[in-house]
Every structure is written in structure tokens, then in C-alpha cells.
Design a protein around this ligand. Structure first.
Ligand code: ADP
Length: 316
């Protein structure tokens, strides 16, 4: 029915290599790596051989080219990534604390990443796209939100599908309008990809059983819950459930696991695989991506993931 489209921030990321120290001591910093949750997601779709396209913007600078060149190599259609002549490519600096949490310094609001909009080229893409993937966090960025709001209706009207990664921390309070829009999008999702507590946040009720039941009542068709090193679980609307144990890997950089997982799961499903098979590829994609530094450097092709699956043990 047409490519998978993702709309949102395209960034580069600079990563501290020393854990537990402030940025001034966390030397050396490495990068720039291509980043931005929507870009990571679509990169993994492209690498797995799914038809994929990205909507967003970069500046007219090297950071932007780091990203668009990378997505192009992954097979992603980048013709709807616009080049902003006035603002730089968005960026994020990240360092890791000893407890595994992360500190970010972002430049998104005043970058090209927050300054794109609807255009004829975007309309042409959306009019032939078969699937839209939405990150909850994009709803707070006016430019992305404006494109998503129009795109959802068009894609759904032409029989396309929608996936939603809530990607909104439990504590984050959205304004009333954004909260309402978030609930509408969750209800319209053919596939919901929450991680951890986002499940309860999206459902508006706590507890796995109650939350999944509520989400299916709202209209969601399929839920895959991500649990980091604990693995992932598929919930079908008929009460069916599949637990996917995580692969055993050494975690070097956790950033991007959820987006690689989601991009792989969705692409495998769109290529006709069963939830069980898609879960295996998705778990491999997430696990492989955490083994290397950089938010999407470990995203794998079908061959790379097959080799990873064949050579890596899974937790019991
Ligand atoms: P998010 O980044 O959205 O919070 P997760 O951290 O849950 O997502 O990661 C998504 C998936 O990637 C997990 O469900 C798991 O399959 C895989 N994964 C993530 N971290 C690890 C890890 N340390 N070891 C093995 N697999 C992992």
C-alpha cells in the first residue's frame, strides 16, 4: 500500500565516553552520530528492506548531511527531508550516570528539527503512504504535530495503518489539548509500542492486564510492550500473549534500542511475518543496537540480524 512514513526530529548526537562524570570530565566525547528517535526508527525500517520515508528537516550543514546520507544508505526515501537555510541541524549531547540514567543537552527548539511543515512534496508522499509511525513526544513540537495531524487522517482514509510509540514519560504533564490528541492517536493505533510504565500512561489505568484490556476497548489492535533487558511481550486483541526473552548482550549504549525494536517489529509485520517471528527480529534489532556506541549504529540488515540471532543466546 506504500511506504512507512515517520515524521519528526532529525538530530545528531554527541556521546560522552566516561560514565558518571559531568560533561566537562566525560572526555572524550564522540560523534556526531545520526540520531533522533523518528530517524532511528525509519533507519531500522529501511535497513530491513521495508519501503520507508522520512519527513523532517536538517540545516544546510555537515550535521544534516551525516543524517541524510546515512538514511539514504539505509534505503530510506529522504526527498521529504527539507533543508533549512537559516537554522542548524538539531543536536543532542548525552552522558550516562552510574545508575544507567542519562543527561541530555538538546538543541531542538531553535534548530531545523522544529521548523518544517506541510508542503506539496510531503502531501504527495502521504497520499501514497501505507503506514504512519508517530512518536508521542512529537506532539509537543508544533511543526511535527501539524504534519502528523493531517497525515493521520489521510493515511487512515486510504486504508493505511498507524503505529504509536507513546514515548512520553509517566511524570510528563501535557497540556489538555495535547493530552486529548495523544489519547485519540492511541485509540487509532493499529500497533502500540509502549515501554515500561508508558503502557499505563497510554491506557490511563495501571496494571498490565487492566491497561491492555482498556487499550483494546479504546480501539488499539496490537500491543508490544518493551522491557529493556527483560525482553518484550506481544498482546493480541483476542487475549493472546507472547513473551519474547531478551538476547544476552553486553550493553554499551542503550539509546535507540526501543526505536530499532519498533522499526524492526513494524517492518517485519508489514512484510507479512507473524507476531512471533517479528518479535524475534525486533528483539534482535534492539539488543544488537545496544552493543555499539551511537544511537543507531547497531541497526541491522536482515542478514546481520539473522547472523545475530543464530549466534546469540536468549535469556530464559
Ligand atoms: P525503549 O528504548 O523504548 O525504552 P527498551 O529499552 O525496552 O526500549 O528496548 C527495546 C527492546 O530492545 C527490548 O524490549 C529488548 O528486546 C531489546 N533490548 C534493550 N536493551 C537490551 C539489553 N540490554 N539486552 C538485551 N536486549 C535489550
Amino acid at each position: 500500500l506504500g511506504p512507512t512514513v515517520c515524521v519528526g526530529e532529525i538530530l545528531v548526537e554527541i556521546v560522552a565516553t566516561t560514565v558518571g562524570e559531568g560533561f566537562l570530565k566525560a572526555q572524550p566525547l564522540v560523534g556526531p552520530f545520526a540520531s533522533g528517535a523518528p530517524a532511528i526508527f525509519i533507519s531500522q525500517c529501511g535497513r530491513l528492506g521495508g519501503k520507508a520515508a522520512m519527513v523532517g528537516a536538517v540545516g544546510d550543514d555537515d550535521f544534516g548531511r551525516v543524517n541524510t546520507d546515512r538514511l539514504k544508505r539505509d534505503g530510506v526515501d529522504v526527498s521529504t527531508i527539507s533543508i533549512d537555510p537559516d537554522y542548524p541541524t538539531g543536536s543532542a549531547f548525552v552522558r550516562y550516570r552510574k545508575d544507567g540514567s542519562r543527561d541530555f543537552v538538546y538543541n531542538i527548539a531553535k534548530s531545523a528539527a522544529a521548523r518544517f511543515g506541510w508542503s506539496q512534496t510531503v502531501a504527495d508522499l502521504i497520499n501514497r503512504s501505507g503506514h504512519l509511525h508517530v512518536m508521542g513526544s512529537a506532539l509537543s513540537v508544533a511543526s511535527a504535530r501539524a504534519v502528523i495531524d493531517r497525515a493521520v487522517d489521510i493515511v487512515k482514509a486510504r486504508g493505511g495503518t498507524l503505529s504509536v510509540d507513546p514515548n512520553i514519560r509517566k511524570e510528563l504533564k501535557l497540556d489538555e489539548d495535547t493530552e486529548h490528541r495523544f489519547s485519540e492517536l492511541v485509540a487509532a493505533a493499529d500497533l502500540l509500542l509502549p515501554s515500561g510504565e508508558e503502557l499505563g500512561r497510554a491506557a490511563g489505568v495501571e496494571g498490565e492486564a487492566d491497561a491492555t484490556r482498556r487499550l483494546f476497548e479504546m480501539g488499539v489492535k496490537e500491543i508490544v510492550l518493551k522491557r529493556g533487558a527483560e525482553g518484550a511481550t506481544y498482546f493480541g486483541s483476542q487475549g493472546d500473549r507472547i513473551d519474547a526473552p531478551a538476547f544476552v548482550v553486553e550493553e554499551v549504549d542503550p539509546t535507540g534500542a526501543g526505536d530499532c525494536f519498533g522499526g524492526a517489529y513494524l517492518t517485519c509485520r508489514r512484510l507479512g511475518m507473524s507476531p512471533q517471528q517479528a518479535l524475534t527480529y525486533a528483539s534482535a534489532a534492539g539488543a544488537r543496537n545496544v552493543t555499539v556506541l551511537g544511537p543507531m549504529e547497531g541497526a541491522g540488515t536482515r542478514q546481520e540480524l539473522d547472523a545475530f540471532i543464530a549466534s546469540t543466546e536468549r535469556r530464559r
